[in-house]
Design a protein around this ligand. Structure first.
Ligand code: 13P
Length: 247
């Protein structure tokens, strides 16, 4: 059985000293019984990477350009990130979709660029509350998956990760119940198996949305939940340690 994976999405939080303090507290107690990846602000990527590497902590970014290089002011290059030891990029987070107009079609280009440059892509999908109430959850997820993965032919299994993040559960304190999450994860698994025969069952599917130390074990015990993508509770070293199984 492969290790559960916890990814910290620090969003636009922490100044550099906060990152240093976090890593100084986290590193000595982290046992690696679960895998831990961190996505700090891009500005802090190298700082966190250099502190985390002795414990095998992988570091990445929260967003990446679909272009490898060129005249794209303000963007982050997957090629440059890989050259600096970056491991992954989050693609299509709901905050990118909501505030920056990112569509699943743009996500498809970004995923393709990540895979071409050797980065793992953590592709986020999830429905809004209105969509859930209108019973559109599975249709929305299916659409996001098929569009986002449109160009991908046969990914290496450890370079593609799906994160199911119901928008109504992000930063709200409302978690999907383990059964609600498992239902969608099982559906995602079935789409992946159909889309990538022989590979789909091995692609990691993470749950995100108010994951905390007191609900993580039950969520991770679900059959198709391979880990978590965590915002708020990843900002404090003690909480992220607890999520990683190191109390
Ligand atoms: P919270 O854990 O703060 O709900 O955020 C989830 C998230 O958006 C992780 O990408």
């Amino acid at each position: 059985m492969s290790h559960k994976l916890l990814i910290a999405n620090w969003k636009m939080n922490h100044v550099d000293l906060d990152c240093v303090r976090f890593m100084e507290e986290f590193i000595p107690k982290f046992s690696a019984k679960r895998e831990a990846w961190i996505a700090p602000q891009a500005l802090h990527f190298n700082l966190v990477r250099s502190m985390g590497e002795m414990k095998g902590i992988r570091v990445g970014v929260q967003n990446v350009s679909e272009n490898s290089f060129g005249a794209f002011t303000g963007e982050t290059s997957a090629k440059s990130l890989r050259a600096m030891g970056g491991h992954f990029a989050i693609v299509g987070h709901s905050e990118r979709r909501q505030f920056f107009g990112e569509t699943s079609k743009i996500c498809a280009l970004k995923i393709r660029t990540c895979l071409r440059e050797g980065l793992a892509a953590v592709y986020c999908v999830g429905e809004t509350l209105a969509q859930r109430e209108a019973k559109l959850t599975l249709a929305v997820i299916s659409d996001q998956l098929l569009q986002g993965l449109n160009d991908i032919i046969s990914p290496t299994v450890d370079k593609l990760i799906i994160a199911y993040e119901p928008v109504w559960a992000i930063g709200t304190g409302k978690t999907a119940t383990p059964a609600q999450a498992q239902e969608v994860h099982a559906f995602i698994r079935s789409v992946l198996k159909e889309r990538f025969p022989g590979l789909g069952e091995h692609i990691k599917i993470l749950y995100g949305g108010s994951v905390k130390p007191d609900n993580v074990e039950e969520l991770l015990s679900q059959k198709d939940i391979d880990g978590g993508l965590v915002g708020g509770a990843s900002l404090k070293a003690q909480d992220f340690l607890a999520l990683c199984g190191d109390k």
